[in-house]
Design a binder for this molecule. Structure first.
Ligand code: AHG
Ligand code: MN
Ligand code: MN
Length: 334
């Protein structure tokens, strides 16, 4: 079979009138930046990219060298194309305007440059997550312009730097996967209109936090752990990579439910993951693949963000399982 490159796929989407030239360029530029991040990640100790950068980001997390480098790569790649009004990132306190010397475009790009950074030094899969929004017309591209619910995303995707590098993309009409051909240096279409099985017997959660969870969450997981002789009458398996990109990629491939619930440690912190550059793009991908995504109560993509770095509880993956887990929190579970 003749292989289709990402460039060809995007050009055909443009010809069919589903995306414009600027959005095509934007996706190509992000994919090219991900290729560079993939190369830097794969060099590991040889590239001098392991370890801490000795700085902290806005959320008070220690930045790894690769967090900082990936952020710079994405900023640099996206500055000059004329397709963006501004960018925002997990690793920057405030939105980053396009420098005055370059033309501006209609899109806003939000990203987690390196997801799963605690895994860099131990050679486990990490990734990049991104979300594309439109900048409202005649609006200054400051933080307020970014505060749009996930339903407004025009595109979302991630790159996983695993045993192979895969770029997963949705333009709002199905989910497509492109594997990096390292010899050719290009992304090749390897997954069309991906679908997540509606039923699953696999869950992903950091069990070490169990004692901090709220009661409905405790009950839901207890039922999964009870296995065949419990109320669910089947055994469940557990996986937790601690890179959201890797856990979501597994779920996209073979189903499952991913949960990072809110807990009782800090009432001001509704979960660990960030709404704008982790939960929303992943929710769009999961929904486009036939899955579901909630914060335990409502659809994540309908949440009106109040802050760029806002956190949210996340339940996503196989549709029926996400609905069951959500029902526990609504009090509608049998
Ligand atoms: P990041 O490296 O971008 O800060 O994100 C890490 C996130 C996510 O990738 C993962 O699912 C989760 O943190 C893991 O959290 P725990 O270490 O609490 O398990
Ligand atoms: Mn992350
Ligand atoms: Mn990150």
């Amino acid at each position: 079979m003749k292989s289709i490159s990402m460039t060809q796929y995007l050009l055909e989407e443009q010809r069919a009138g589903r995306i414009n030239a600027d959005l095509r360029l934007l996706i190509e530029v992000v994919a090219r930046a991900c290729k560079r991040i993939s190369i830097a990640t794969a060099k590991g100790a040889l590239g001098g990219v392991l370890g801490s950068a000795g700085t902290e980001n806005v959320q008070g997390e220690t930045q790894k060298k690769l967090d900082v480098l990936s952020n710079e790569i994405l900023l640099e790649a996206n500055a000059w194309g004329g397709h963006l009004a501004a960018l925002a990132s997990e690793e920057m306190d405030d939105p980053h305007p396009i420098p005055d010397r370059y033309p501006k475009g209609e899109y806003l790009l939000v990203f987690d440059p390196l997801d799963g950074s605690s895994n860099i030094d131990v050679n486990i899969s990490v990734g990049t997550i991104f979300s594309v929004l439109r900048c409202p017309e005649d609006v200054k591209p400051d933080e307020k312009a970014f505060l749009q619910p996930g339903t407004q995303q025009v595109a979302a995707g991630y790159a996983i730097y695993g045993s192979s590098t895969v770029f997963v993309l949705t333009l709002g009409d199905g989910v497509y996967a492109f594997t990096l051909d390292r010899e050719q240096g290009s992304f090749v279409l390897t997954g069309l209109r991906l679908r997540i099985p509606e039923e699953t017997a696999e869950f992903a959660i950091n069990m070490s936090n169990q004692r901090h969870w709220e009661a409905p969450m405790q009950r839901y997981i207890d039922e999964l752990l009870a296995g065949k002789t419990g109320p669910r009458a089947r055994d469940f398996n557990m996986r937790w990579v601690a890179s959201m990109v890797a856990d979501v990629h597994r779920i996209l491939t073979r189903g499952g439910i991913f949960i990072y619930p809110r807990d009782q440690r800090d009432p001001d912190k509704p979960g660990k993951l960030r709404l704008m550059y982790e939960a929303n793009p992943m929710s769009m991908i999961i929904e486009q693949a036939g899955g579901a995504s909630t914060d335990g109560h409502r659809r994540i993509m309908e949440i009106q963000p109040q802050k760029l770095h806002q956190r949210v509880a996340v339940f996503l993956g196989s549709k029926n399982e996400v609905e069951r887990a959500t029902a526990f929190h609504d009090g509608t579970a049998a």
